[in-house]
Ligand binder design. Structure first.
Ligand code: ZN
Ligand code: ZN
Length: 401
């Protein structure tokens, strides 16, 4: 069986996978600035024997293609490789050497795990059909992200399906994967509103148009988009994070107020409604009070939609191999992830791999300076991908060898 051969390779390479991850962890780079990381990945791929390597795809991605030479499906596996502007506080022996920059989301593990799979598959390519494209992606953490431009390059058009995994540091490592069919992660948008009133003396409101009162009223109205406008079974969050009016004088009515916040949605129809609703309410509330309002609505990453069939397949393959209780359904996450762009174009699924570690005194969340992970998650993620290779890319030729 091809799977057993891949698994044996992954396990025999585990020490090297850990070393690669620790090197990346020590040398994190911010989104869109991953120069050394890209060189590291490329050099590794060359050393494994890859000749079809495309660099700077979509402004920074690396695509490595493994072609069996036999017709068959084309699968894509993605790992992101950027770090975050976080000061590391783990005291690990291999902690970041870059002040204020840290792999605090686990992208170092995603990349080392995928490199290990790429290495394992090179000598096994004659036992498969079709092709694999290993997608090493820059800038997941910083919109507009790397995924959108990689997809727009057209170099993934031949993919039949695409898969990705994210380490889940919130639970101690237990070898499990976590899945969710359908909308799994939210679209994360930002909005800002400027209310133009008319300034004046605090004692003479009738000669002014007070933007603070209008803003306070508008904030209340905005919440009705969630509570009254959308279907209660469709999730959505609208949070006003800032509201500013005036410069500090207690007796001055300012002429302007600003509001900013975030909108999280799953269904694109709800997302459209929220954007239009914010614009309509701003216009009409302001007009009703003789002010004018201006809205800037910025769309972040779209929501992650996991193909139900592909997700069920990953669940089934993983359960058959590792046990029925080794896959759990994860609730929807209202955070964002630019893997969404691949899934807008191709079928596939994005799943989570348990990866918290109790080496620290407690489990710290992703993006925290004390975030840490269990390196065995890299093996689990790579094995899940290997099961998909074994499912889709096993040739009759390979089986007769
Ligand atoms: Zn992150
Ligand atoms: Zn991440």
């Amino acid at each position: 069986m091809l799977y057993e051969k891949i698994e044996a390779m992954l396990e025999s390479q585990f020490e090297e996978t850990v070393a690669n991850r620790r090197y990346l962890h020590q040398h994190p780079e911010l989104s869109f600035q991953e120069k050394n990381t890209k060189k590291f990945i490329k050099d590794k791929l060359l050393s494994y024997g890859y000749t079809s390597i495309k660099e700077e795809v979509g402004g920074g991605g690396i695509l490595a293609t493994l072609d069996s030479g036999e017709p068959g499906p084309v699968l894509g596996f993605r790992a992101d490789f950027d770090g975050l502007a976080v000061q590391e506080e783990t005291n690990l022996s291999f902690q970041s050497t870059q002040a204020g920059v840290m792999h605090a989301c686990g992208h170092d593990a995603h990349t080392a795990g995928l490199l290990s799979l790429a290495k394992a598959m090179m000598p096994l390519r004659k036992e498969m059909c079709g092709k694999i494209i290993f997608i090493f992606q820059h800038a997941e953490e910083e919109p507009p992200g790397g995924a959108k431009s990689i997809v727009e390059s057209g170099l993934l058009d031949e993919l039949d399906a695409v898969y990705g995994w994210h380490v889940q540091g919130d639970d101690p490592y237990n070898g499990k994967i976590y899945t969710h069919k359908g909308y799994a992660m939210a679209a994360a948008d930002a909005f800002s509103i400027k209310i133009q009133g008319k300034g004046g003396h605090g004692a003479s409101p009738h000669t002014s148009i007070d933007p603070a009162v209008i803003g306070a009223y508008l904030i209340q109205q905005l919440q009705t988009l969630v509570s009254r406008r959308k279907d209660p079974i469709d999730p959505a969050v609208l949070t006003v994070a800032t509201f500013k009016a005036g410069e500090g004088a207690h007796n001055v009515i300012s002429d302007q107020a600003t509001i900013s916040g975030t909108v999280r949605t799953l269904d694109p129809k709800v997302q459209d409604m929220m954007e239009q609703g914010i614009k309509d309410l701003t216009e009409h509330v302001c007009k009703a009070h003789q002010a004018t309002g201006e809205v800037v609505y910025e769309r972040g990453y779209p929501s992650v939609y996991n193909d139900p069939e592909e997700t069920a397949l990953v669940e089934q393959l993983f359960k058959e191999k590792f046990g029925q209780n080794m896959v759990s359904e994860l609730p929807v996450i209202m955070g964002g992830e630019d893997f969404a762009y691949y899934l807008k174009k191709k079928s596939g699924t994005f799943f989570f791999v348990s990866g918290g570690t109790l080496e620290q005194e407690e489990l710290f969340p992703h993006h925290h300076g004390k975030f840490s992970l269990d390196e065995r998650s890299m093996l689990t993620g790579a094995k899940a991908f290997a099961l998909l290779i074994n499912h889709y890319l096993v040739t009759k030729v390979g089986e007769s060898v």
